[in-house]
Structures are given as structure tokens and as C-alpha cells.
Design a protein. Sequence first.
Length: 317
Amino acid sequence: MRNVIFTLLFLMCTCYSLFGQRIRFYNSNDGLSSSLVRNIESDANGYIWVATDNGLSRYDGFGFVPFRHSDNDSLSVSSDVVNVIFSDSQEHSWVGTTVGLQRFDPASSQFVPFDLQCPADNRGNHYVFSVSEYTQSNLLLVSVSGWGIMAYKMDSYEPDTIMVNWLNSAIGNNFPGMLKVDNKNKLWVYSEMGPFFMIDIESRCVVDYYKKLKEVTGIENIRVSTLAEMENGNILVGCYTNGIFEINRTLKTVRRVFSPDELENPVKVIKKDSSGRMWIGLDGGGLRILDEESMTLSIPTFQLRTSRSNSPPPGNT
């Protein structure tokens, strides 16, 4: 439940101004598919999608519309365990589950299966962990647990075999985890169980930041849980048990900016909102705001309300 609280707060503060506003907390009693939230994404139409362990929920500012798997409907969401929602530059919404990948058709409200064209697991499924887009080469990138990274040409959705072979050779891991393309078109690959790479696809340069983190901390088991890009272009790295680090993009160096003792709780989420505020969510420790100039943390103050209070929906306060 701790994870749910700060994840949903991030949802609200990302979409709506926080200071001077009321924040509403939503859970399964309000129509959310489950209180265990795995991923949140907004689409081209302004809807908020929430991926949970019990299906999808779409939020329109007034309430949640649930989407769940049906054995009798091949165009329903493929599994109720939804790992990721991703909206690409062509305004398509992709849904990754423990079974495979689908593209949502807003006209019919159906989920169209996408052929990943890579080996399935022993149950015939593809566990899709993450989806991202590399716009510079017009590629859709998909992290498939047990296989690696798939890359598809977005004009045909056929695999880019050369890119697929190179990416998987570069990371050397069948469980790549999360994929994130930053504002400088660099691909970051990371997970709480390793690996942690920065990949420059154009120059074919790969930097193993897992090794750099181990050199800084002297610790073998580094659990990277989240990344965020700072105003100066550097990368903040949140680790579940090892604090927060800053990667200097120019020097390719790593320094620890907050130790686990300073934070007192594991880092679960780091996210910058539309106003430029950097938020840090601590597992069991609530929210912090990071001042990027002074590199200091503060505790935000706001009024928390439940959605069942007699007040208008977000955006109409």
C-alpha cells in the first residue's frame, strides 16, 4: 500500500498543479482496478492509464473505466497483470502484460495483439516488462524478460534484426528490465536486479554504469529502481537500498548525492513534473522535493483528500 500511495500522488502532481491545490487519493474502492499500481501513463487524448495487478484502469478526470482479461474475448487485455502502458509519438498506446504486447484501439476499445516475433517462454507467453521509443531511428523498443530487447521499425512493425542482435550483444542479459530514452536520445537499460547501461545507439557506444556504481559504493548488489533527467542534463539514479546517485553526462562520472542513512527509506520513484519540480518517492517514507541547485530535500505540504469527498474532479477545482 505504501507504494500505491506515493505512486498515485505522483500521478496527480504530474498532471495537475500541486501548490495551492488539493490532492485526491484513489484506491480500489473508487473504481481503480487494484491498489497495487505497476505503471502510470497519459495518452494523446489526455486520459490517464493505470496498470495494476488486476487489470487496467483509464481515468478521465471524473472516474475510472476498468479493462480486464476475458477468456472469451481475444481482443480483451491479454492478462490482468499489466506491467506497462506506453504512448508513442504516433499517438498509439501500447500495453505490456505477463502474456505479451497489445496496441489499444480507441475506436473499438479493444486490445489488438502484437506479434513480438521472438521466442516465447515454456508456457507460450512473452513477459513484456517495458516499452519505449527511439525516435531518432523510428524504432519501438520492447523489453521481453527471458529474451532481451526487441526493436521494431515503426513504419512496418517488422523487427530490425541488425539492431536487435546488436542491442542484446551489447547488454549480454536476457532480463534487461526497464527501458528509458532520454532527451539526448540515449537509451538507459536498468532493473533492480541489474543490469544498468547507457547506450548511444547512433555511435554504438555502451557505458556500464553498474560497474561505476560498484566502484563508488564498494557494494556488489546495486538495485537501481528509477531514473530521472535533471535540468543540467545529468541523470539522477535512485537505488532501492543504496541511496541516490548523480551521473555527470559530460565526464561520465558517478557521485552519491544522498546516502541510505540520509533518506532513511528505499527510493522507489524519481519524477519531474510539468512545472519542473523534481519529486522523490520513498517506500514507506512519503514524498520529497529536490532543489537541483542546492541539492537539498524538503518535505512538501499539501492537503490530501479522498475522491469520495464532495468536491469536483481534478482540473475543476
